[in-house]
Design a protein around this ligand. Sequence first.
Ligand code: NAP
Length: 296
Amino acid sequence: MKDLVIAGSGPAGLSAAVYASNAMLDFVVIEKFPMSGGQMLNTYDINNYLGFESIDGFSLGQTFRKHAEKQGAEFINDEIVRLEKIDGGYRIVCNKAEFEAKAVIYALGANPRKLGVKGEKELAGRGVSYCATCDGNFFRGKKTAVIGGGDVALEDALYLANICEEVYLIHRRDEFRAARYLVDKAEKNDKIKILRSTQAEEILGENKVQGLKLTNGADLDVDGVFIAVGVEANTGLVTDLCELENGFVKADESGTTSAEGFFAAGDVRTKRLRQISTAVSDGANAVHSVEEFLYR
Ligand code: NAP
């Protein structure tokens, strides 16, 4: 039985890996894809992670990964399908193998939330996207819409404005949730048309997106719709294992959850500010809690 399994290789999991190596724990990091970084892989410009004035998410993810590897972290490329409590720890069942560990740091992050309008599912991958940096290039010189009012929506609109002829930024309220400097940049960008207090009703098109119908009756002539309406934590594996709150694993800064020896770190846990810096901090705190738990 290992001391620890770290589930996930976003900034929280990778930070935990560095701290677990220093703590000389016997551990592995399990990641679904050999592509560390989590959600930040979808970010083309990060300017608020200390020490990096401007870096894309892929490069920062690689930097984190190399650091963890150099420190001695072992990565297992497999998908966790079940997590269960056993005597003295947890069993982590993956597609190809299974592991037992005295403690778990659960850092599986979050995925984009669906908007839930007609046409979204049918046209996903045919003009409907949840990742501007992944798919933006398909819309070079075309018209697109971004739906949402948080950091991701604003960053997506600014990114697409470099590529597209015109970008509609559609937000359901008058006030944006995103950081002020992002809203300011979008307001000053001629290619971005901001539609406040506006909601999408249906994404139009037969085999590809041909437009967007708004609840006020207007139709927008767009070729792409980027949905950025928040995230849903990846808690599907632990609904019966620990307490959740609003879909997130209920845990404080120490990562402590309602299940003994089971710690949560990063975007998957209840917290106020979901940032790379707070995820990295979570990873460190969670390992500290694991050490306290193992050596109590
Ligand atoms: P978010 O901050 O939760 O914002 C989601 C936005 O989508 C909100 O404006 C919300 O509207 C809107 N929304 C939700 N459901 C909707 C619906 N059904 N129809 C229309 N609009 C809907 O999510 P996010 O932008 O994905 O960001 C996720 C987290 O990552 C946040 O904590 C964010 O701060 C963080 N992040 C930070 C950075 C950075 O610091 N550079 C970059 C990316 C992400 P309301 O405002 O009306 O609720």
